[in-house]
Design a protein around this ligand. Structure first.
Ligand SMILES: *Cc1c(COP(=O)(O)O)cnc(C)c1O
Length: 413
């Protein structure tokens, strides 16, 4: 999507607006799919990255399944047309009733807690196949908040508790169809994956009924030039080969699964915002824009870098600016960035915001969430209306106007 196209999206749909390039999502899907050579892989899209129904349908048409981390995501996946059997449900810390609901819906259940596994065994025994999420304790990931495989992580059942898992599996005759690991985001080293894979291969020898192995995700994309990225083709070749060898030893062909989120949708997305104010201070020049951490929290939450360009003046003279949002908190999109000279009303593009952009947005400061636009075959389609004030107060109850009877609560009871 070039500046001209983005500029016309900004003028047609207004800002702030998220724009997603469908072709980029499809090309990332195919790149990952093809990275494993002759080894077939099944990709379950981690929909928490970006869950607009149109994006889900694009990936469904490509042959993807879904990775859902809440029962709400499971329902959205089913509404988007995925078969229950194509949805992997990987919850953490949810009520058991939510797992029962997922079983009733027929999705694949992934369990990451010994006591939940035991409860599952008591209720379902061998009747419902189940996958186990192991924590191999390999240290991966960039920012501490997105590294989930380490020893203190709340995710997964420790690989050191295999014997305990086996006791539960034997006692309740559990039908274990898959082993899973997800070591966290931003893996920059093929060997990290291989280490984790080796641990899973070893664990697999204890589970004779496996149908698949799921190696999660953590594929890093470049946010700025020179960024280290996950070497997909190298990982693909190495994992593909090691998986084939494993299947030989295991004695049966298993399916190889991954759950990419960021890799598939990050680069497809751009957040378009407008310059509200240009503010010269003693130390810097701020561009204040009509958006903030309420729409894109990654810079403030993960210290993430997102490239920013002035698409209204793409060939202009570069000046150093700090781009800040309008939220009453420290709210910076980028410090000291070389950006083409900007004036009030110019549109800025914040790149690589397809993943964890809109999906982590909120209404802080009673600000409206942005619209979403999909670019397909060179045409732009509105795929989510901009919110209105009504959306913010929709569920609020004004007691001075309410006719509902009070719920009596007595402090002395
Ligand atoms: C978030 C998540 C993913 C996707 O991670 P990305 O870094 O976006 O690729 C995959 N699997 C599970 C279980 C997750 O929670």
């Amino acid at each position: 999507m070039n500046s001209k196209l983005l500029e016309s999206v900004a003028s047609k749909f207004g800002t702030p607006v998220y724009v997603y390039d469908e072709a980029k999502i499809i090309s990332q899907y195919n790149r990952l799919k093809n990275a494993f050579g002759s080894q077939e892989v099944k990709l379950h899209y981690a929909m928490k990255a970006l869950s607009n129904i149109n994006v889900l349908k694009t990936l469904k048409n490509q042959g993807a399944g879904l990775d859902a981390v809440s029962i709400e995501e499971v329902h959205l996946g089913l509404r988007a047309g995925f078969e229950a059997s194509e949805i992997m449900y990987t919850p953490n810390g949810v009520a058991f009733s939510e797992i029962e609901e997922a079983v009733a819906l027929g999705v694949i259940i992934n369990i990451d807690n010994l006591s939940v596994l035991e409860h599952f065994g008591m209720v379902f025994g061998s009747l419902v196949p189940v996958c186990i999420r192991l924590n191999p304790h390999i240290m991966a990931g960039g920012h501490a908040n997105i590294s989930v495989g380490h020893i203190d992580s709340k995710f997964g059942i420790s690989i050191h508790q295999l014997r305990h898992i086996q006791r539960i599996v034997d006692h309740y005759k559990l039908h274990i169809v898959g082993l899973h690991m997800h070591t966290g985001s931003d893996i920059v080293d093929a060997d990290v994956f291989l280490q984790g894979a080796d641990l899973l291969y070893e664990a697999a020898t204890h589970f004779p009924e496996l149908e698949f192995m799921d190696f999660g995700s953590g594929f890093k994309v470049a946010y700025k030039e020179g960024d280290f990225v996950t070497p997909i083709e190298e990982i693909g070749l190495k994992i593909g080969e090691s998986f084939k060898n494993f299947c030989k030893e295991y004695g049966r062909e298993l399916e190889l699964w991954f759950e990419p989120g960021k890799f598939l949708v990050s680069e497809s997305g751009v957040l378009l915002v407008s310059v509200n104010v240009v503010k010269q201070t003693t130390s810097t020049v701020f561009l204040g824009v009509n958006s903030g951490q309420n729409h894109l929290i990654r810079p403030m939450f993960y210290n993430a870098y997102h490239r920013i360009e002035n698409i209204s003046n793409p060939k202009g003279h570069k000046k150093l600016y700090s781009v800040v949002g309008y939220i009453c908190e420290t709210d910076t999109f980028g410090y000291d960035r070389p950006i083409s000279e900007a004036k009030v009303g110019d549109s800025l593009a914040i790149y690589n915001t397809g993943a964890y952009g809109f999906s982590m947005s909120n209404q802080y400061n009673s600000r409206l969430r942005p619209a979403e636009v999909y670019v397909r075959d060179g045409n732009a389609f509105l795929i989510r209306e901009r919110e209105s004030l009504e959306d913010i107060i929709r569920n609020e109850i004004d007691l001075s106007k309410s006719t509902t009877a009070a719920t009596q609560i007595h402090e002395d009871e």
